[in-house]
Design a protein around this ligand. Sequence first.
Ligand SMILES: [Zn+2]
Length: 316
Amino acid sequence: MESGTSNDTGSFILSHPEEQPNLTKKIEGGSAPSHYINRYHADHDVACAFCAKQTPHRRGYTAQMPDGRIALIGRDCASEFFGKERASSWEKALKAQEDRRARRRVVERAVASVPSLLVQITPELVSIERQCLDITCAITEGMAGRQPQVLRRDNGDWDIVADDRRVLYTVAAAAILNAGRTRRHHLAKALEALKKLSAIDATTDMSDKVVSRMLDLRTSLIADIESGLRLLRRCARFYTANNLKALSRVLASIDSGITRVDLKVKSSGTFVRLTDRGIRIEGFDGGYLREAEHATFPLPNLNELPSSEQILALIK
Ligand SMILES: [Zn+2]
């Protein structure tokens, strides 16, 4: 099969069909194929085994005879000798076979890419994602009650427009604050998918059902890797001292449960610190004020994220 090329639609087209072993050069008149086993598009003339003149042609099929012989048949000869209907049913069956083979190959490639993907999508990366989502959710929930509408502006400037009903603000990558508690842990899902794929033995004959399931798994794996790494890149842009200072200015001016978010650099690492508003409780004896409290979250190192292009090149 080295003489063939696989194109994007997944069909496998031979360019030197005459090199196939055990070809029968001439098929006696009246004998019809049972089906096609492949198609060819040669850049030179090859001889048809079915017509008396062995018409030279470039496009055709390798036909399987009911007795096991195989022979080349020109595309036009097929419908001429056996009728359009039969020729097109053989063609359709071949196409279905090619599609099945192409889908299988995509799964095989995905399975083959698992070991190198597991070098990149590690439990450490999954825990970085979890930490990022923890901080982001804590901020979002801290602001609760007054969820500002987040507008993204890539120049990093802030526009704060306060009115009675809502506060608009923009900051580079602040759209991540839309992350809620139910946000999908994409890289965790990707790691799960990789483990499932690695359990597949692609050398055995997979049923169409298994192939379909694995193709779906591959699709969601790719989407999860892209989304997960995108979130981490946005977090890398968002969690800077300047951005958090700007966020704190907004929080102080709105009715938010947290009033300040800042970065704390310690010898043990960098932390994001949330400061809440404190609580005032009115009572018989005049009331009680709980002072503002802090919550701290470790900020993972986001400086050495793998590139999604590189990772996805492994599987695509
Ligand atoms: Zn012919």
